[in-house]
Design a protein around this ligand. Structure first.
Ligand SMILES: Cc1cc2nc3c(=O)[nH]c(=O)nc-3n(C[C@H](O)[C@H](O)[C@H](O)COP(=O)(O)OP(=O)(O)OC[C@H]3O[C@@H](n4cnc5c(N)ncnc54)[C@H](O)[C@@H]3O)c2cc1C
Ligand code: FES
Length: 292
């Protein structure tokens, strides 16, 4: 690999690369194959590692994340949003929320970003087999759940019922709406809600928790919850009030990260490190359920 031709590789990283490639912080190059606009703030980037061998060997599990980087703009953790079984690389769905992610929004197909990973604890895919899965997502929170939804839909013999309750601010803000009709055809019971009504919207208006009223929960039901912290908090409370065991409720948590690999302590959540003990946790494992 020619690191001099890779602008997102810092001088230090370049020196380390020349000294030998055993630096865990050294990013790989990923080329943007395609950009899909999800809404005014969110794009999905379809990526392939430039190194063909690395690309061939690359794999990840639903729920894991990558550290992405650009020159002089640092790094940020971003969840995988594509099927883990895809043979065409992987997708990351990124919201413009700060310095790095704003710069990523200016990139075009053919441009390069730095990536390292995959990192973190994935969803417990073996435990989920055969269960009735209730996915609950808010906004871009559908991104980390999408690989799992795709994986379960592709294995109907090992899957119970699949339900997705998905809430967004307005109808224009839903991510992955191009998937909705295929998912429904494949057997996903998908129900949408929005915070703000719009003229062309005939569905429910209100928080995603409103969709939970009357949902049948039994021993074979497991819930997977992802979205803003406040949404996670209220959904977890409601599911447990409806009789769900905390061990059967799984969520993904976000904390600011630096190393992504359990070294710097930046992402601590009491005695846990979100980057290696998570980002996937059961509700029973969250130290402070009022501040997930
Ligand atoms: C496991 C994991 C998975 C994630 N997956 C995704 C994903 O799939 N898509 C996505 O868009 N985002 C995802 N995120 C969130 C994303 O990593 C952050 O939004 C990241 O900070 C964006 O980087 P930035 O440099 O663009 O913004 P930043 O400059 O980091 O700013 C983002 C926001 O954080 C605030 N902030 C910055 N530093 C700190 C700090 N030290 N303490 C408190 N607040 C601070 C800023 O004021 C701003 O409001 C994920 C986070 C985690 C932990
Ligand atoms: S980000 Fe460094 S320990 Fe988690």
């Amino acid at each position: 690999m020619d690191y001099d031709s890779y602008p997102s590789c810092s001088l230090d990283a370049r020196r380390q690369a020349q000294a030998g490639r055993d630096n865990i912080y050294l990013p790989d190059q990923a080329v943007i194959r395609k950009i899909i606009r999800e809404n005014s703030l969110v794009n999905t980037y379809e990526l392939t590692l430039v190194d063909e061998l690395a690309n061939h060997r690359f794999s990840f599990e639903p729920g894991q994340f990558m550290m992405i980087s650009m020159p002089h703009l640092g790094e940020a953790p971003i969840s995988f949003s594509s099927s883990p079984d895809s043979k065409d690389g992987f997708s990351l769905t990124i919201r413009n929320s700060g310095r790095l992610t704003a710069a990523v929004q200016k990139l075009r197909p053919g441009d390069i970003i730095g990536v390292r990973g995959p990192y973190g604890r994935s969803f417990p895919t073996d435990r989920l087999k055969g269960k009735n899965l209730l996915f609950i997502a808010g906004g871009i929170g559908l991104a980390p759940l999408r690989p799992l939804i795709e994986q379960r839909l592709a294995q109907p013999d090992e899957t119970g019922s699949l339900t997705l309750f998905y809430g967004s601010r307005t109808p224009e803000d839903f991510c992955f709406n191009r998937d909705f009709s295929r998912w429904r055809q494949d057997g996903l019971d998908l129900r949408l809600t929005v915070d703000q009504a719009a003229e062309e919207w005939n569905g429910p208006v209100g928080l995603v928790t409103g969709l939970l009223d009357g949902f049948p929960i039994n021993d074979g039901t497991m819930a997977l919850v992802c979205g803003p912290g406040i949404m996670i908090r209220f959904v977890l409370e409601q599911l447990q009030a409806m009789g769900m065991e905390a061990e059967n409720i799984i969520t993904t948590l976000e904390r600011h990260m630096k190393c992504g690999v359990g070294i710097c302590g930046h992402c601590h959540m009491e005695e846990k490190l979100v980057c290696i003990d998570g980002p996937v946790f059961t509700a029973a494992e969250i130290p402070d359920p009022e501040n997930p």
